[in-house]
Design a protein around this ligand. Structure first.
Ligand code: BTN
Length: 121
């Protein structure tokens, strides 16, 4: 699929993806609907790479969100699927790494989850 566009996941988070070049590098912005902190949520930049960008197939991709309101980082990996009606979804898994004061706290520093995005534009 074409990853470019506006996407929303099951939490109500929105992201805009923009292709930067034909090598599969893309960037964008992520507006999360939820957060682990009580700080005000800010729209945050993302950087990613798509495998086989010119192929019509079910492309794999990964991207990282650098949160502008917390010290955490989230890395998403996923694949785009198109159903028989032409509806596109991005099926992803993510790791959210929190900054912890000491390596003794590493055990609680990473959250994991799955997320499905559908195109809204
Ligand atoms: C933070 O809480 O430190 C930053 C925001 C993290 C939002 C997470 S990333 C994975 C999950 N999917 C979303 O759309 N938002 C949450």
């Amino acid at each position: 699929c074409d990853l470019q566009g506006l996407w929303r996941n099951e939490l109500g988070s929105n992201m805009t993806l923009v292709a930067l070049n034909t090598a599969g590098i893309f960037s964008g912005f992520y507006h999360t609907a939820v957060a682990t902190t009580n700080k005000q949520i800010l729209v945050s930049p993302l950087q990613g790479t798509q495998q086989h960008p010119s192929a019509k197939g079910h492309t794999t991709f990964g991207f990282t969100v650098q949160w502008q309101f917390s010290d955490s980082i989230t890395a998403f990996v996923g694949q785009c699927f198109v159903d028989h009606r032409g509806k596109e979804t991005l099926e992803t898994m993510w790791l959210l790494r929190e900054e912890v004061p000491s390596h003794r706290d590493t055990w609680k520093a990473t959250r994991v989850g799955t997320s499905i995005f559908t195109r809204i534009k």
